[in-house]
Ligand binder design. Sequence first.
Ligand code: AP5
Length: 325
Amino acid sequence: MAAAWARSQKRSSRNVAIAKTSQMPPRTFLATAAATGAGVLTWGATQQQQHQTRCDVDAASLAGGLVGGLAAGAVGGYMLGKSKADAVEAKYDKYWPRKIMLLFGAPGAGKGTQGEKIVDELDIPQLSTGDMLREAVAQGTAVGKRAKAVMEAGGLVSDDILIAMIAERIQAPDCSKGFILDGMPRTLVQAKAVDEMLAKTGENISLVMAFDVAPEILEERICGRWMHKASGRSFHVKFRPPKSMKLGPDGKPIPESMKDDETGEPLYQRADDTAEALKKRLKGYNDQTLPVLEHYRGKGIVRTVDAGKDMKAVWAEVSAKLVNK
Ligand code: AP5
């Protein structure tokens, strides 16, 4: 039982950020439990005081009785608090919608970089459609074969593929408490499809974190990026160099020295991370993706961050804007 209580405490504190943003603080049940326990202890102390003033006889047996009473009261209070806590948590599971947020921004704006930190904070998965497509390409699936050339050239993969892909992914058990959409929806057709998909379960995207960055700094970010395939972690030769990086006589990183900080596995450069493909990606972003932002702005759920600052400063803004005001 103590272990179950410890687990529920851990879960609730890990999910504080989710709770804040979904307007249901699970801290409430901890406060209730704490208050109940505190009530029992206060009552015990008052009783002890009364006994001391009324009858000073047999202090030892009185003390024993009080200790037992306090212990029983504390356990009773704990049990009461715990059952209330369980009831509140059950309601949370039943009624409150999943936290569903969207990371929005141009290629290289920092969605992947900051998304990694949001995952740590909220403990919900980041669903990157780019990563899913790259995996499909690597596996040589039917979807991968259709997507490969389009992606390398910096174009957008067709809406039907993306809609089917995300519809399946959000059914997975790890999405039960919520998820972070990264790179989808990217067209108005996709946005409407996602809205309809979520509306079927009474849900909607509740927060769009928009990364605002000047286009002229994107080429340096994109062309200096190295990725870890399994995790999707991104590094940068200048802004986030892997610990293993060594430079050659030309001042450029030696490819063999580029390894993931956590696993030591080799990093790679994406086929579409070229200045030429970036031009096409930015055109697609301006023509087809920016209207998605306007679509959600009308719903009052967009929060914009200045993503042109350094990574730490961007995170300070992102983390502040995750919280409900
Ligand atoms: P996708 O993988 O989604 O790529 P993207 O949207 O172009 O975004 P990026 O991953 O390039 O940028 P990011 O914002 O995550 O940047 P990061 O944090 O890594 O999509 C790829 C392709 O798949 C698309 O072109 C399309 O073909 C297809 N696709 C995917 N979804 C689709 C959809 N829904 N519909 C149709 N087609 C779809 O940062 C970039 C670099 O900068 C890193 O090296 C990082 O270390 C560095 N950096 C980050 N923040 C900072 C900072 N503050 N200061 C300095 N450096 C920084």
